[in-house]
Write a protein that binds this ligand. Structure first.
Ligand code: NAD
Ligand code: UDP
Length: 311
């Protein structure tokens, strides 16, 4: 059945893929964005679809519309951008969550929060399970994002317990793919852009820190499956690819795939940079019958093709 769906942050990297997928399933989609890190070019190909609507709005202010479902993605996700105006980042996470939960409460709509593996901080449990409470510095330079997202999770759970709002929380692990902003500052886009331009590949620290990279199509499938679970399932649920790589391994893969002559250079490691990260996806397998299908090598080919086309 066709639904009317609000996607906040819909002009961003993940949001643009989600809007496209929801439209392909014949839903009406309202994409809300303030274009802080997102771009109209990400959704240009959707504008001709009469079921697609674009709204310029800042999520820290209330927004009223009649919808069946809300995917709340509005928030800068790259450390460079969320640290640019950290107070605004907290407001976006916290006030944005309150505004979307208030809307969902009034409409009895389902609302899904795009939370993050950052709620685990610099984890001392490996891999990370949903039951792990995390190791987060509350006063560091990443806190505006980590604590903002943790507070948003709290609000989601409290609106659910107190007001019976129909909520879903997903914890997204590092995701990459087409439509990432070339100036985004995250590691996959940085390395690919640097390799394609023949610039130095910037490894922060010694490159031994690890991340587990998920291709965006796998995430979108997991998000929709989560939204479609029954009301008794709220999450939080991890969505990520458990294949774990060091940043040095990632740099080597990108250099090999682009056949670049770029050299690796080592820059200082930013404060509080997590040393390791890998999702435990047992819960997603059990509740969503979901697991990622696209290996890093395959996803990198598609992502490199995309960056070649826009650089
Ligand atoms: P992105 O920066 O490309 O997209 C975020 C979008 O939100 C952008 O279009 C931006 O303009 C918009 N936005 C920011 N502040 C806003 C505000 N106040 N009002 C309205 N719109 C606003 O990032 P992304 O990678 O697509 O991330 C989307 C969501 O997923 C974010 O909430 C992020 O925290 C979460 N997430 C992403 C990853 C990842 O690896 N990509 C990992 C964990 C969580
Ligand atoms: N990183 C790096 N070079 C870059 C950008 C990032 O070595 O040009 C490192 C960064 O220090 C971190 C990892 O890559 O250890 C992932 O960084 P990203 O910003 O993509 O995501 P997050 O730290 O939020 O997982």
């Amino acid at each position: 059945m066709s639904k009317r769906i609000l996607v906040t942050g819909g002009a961003g990297f993940i949001g643009s893929h989600l809007c496209a997928r929801l439209l392909s399933e014949n839903n009406e989609v309202i994409c809300l964005d303030n274009y802080f890190t997102g771009s109209k070019s990400n959704i240009l190909n959707l504008l001709r679809n009469p079921k697609f609507e674009l709204v310029r709005h800042d999520i820290i202010n209330p927004y009223n519309i009649e919808v069946d479902e809300i995917y709340n993605l509005a928030c800068p996700a790259s450390p460079v951008h969320y640290q640019y105006n950290p107070i605004k980042t907290v407001k976006t996470s916290v006030m944005g969550a309150i505004n979307m939960l208030g809307l969902a409460k009034r409409l009895n709509a389902k609302v899904l929060q795009a939370s993050t593996s950052e709620v685990y901080g610099d984890p001392d449990m490996h891999p990370q399970k949903e039951s792990y409470w995390g190791n987060v510095n509350p006063v560091g330079i990443r806190s505006c994002y980590d604590e903002g997202k943790r507070c948003a999770e709290t609000l989601f759970m409290d609106y659910h317990r107190q007001n019976k709002v129909r909520i879903k929380i997903i914890r997204i692990f590092n995701t990459y793919g087409p439509n990432m902003n070339p100036n985004d500052g995250r590691v996959v886009s940085n390395f690919i852009v640097q390799a394609l331009k023949g610039e130095d590949i910037t490894i922060y620290g010694d490159g031994s820190q690890t991340r587990s990279f998920q291709y965006v199509d796998d995430l979108i499938e997991g998000m929709i499956r989560t939204m479609n679970t029954g009301d008794s399932f709220t999450g939080p649920v991890n969505l990520g690819n458990p294949d774990e790589f060091s940043m040095l391994e990632l740099a080597e893969k990108v250099i090999a795939q682009t056949q670049s002559k770029s050299k690796v250079v080592y820059l200082p490691l930013p404060a509080d940079d997590p040393k390791q990260r890998q999702p435990n996806i047992t819960l997603a397998k059990e509740k969503l019958d979901w697991s990622p299908k696209i290996k890093l090598d395959e996803g990198l080919i598609k992502t490199i093709d995309y960056f070649r086309s826009i650089i």
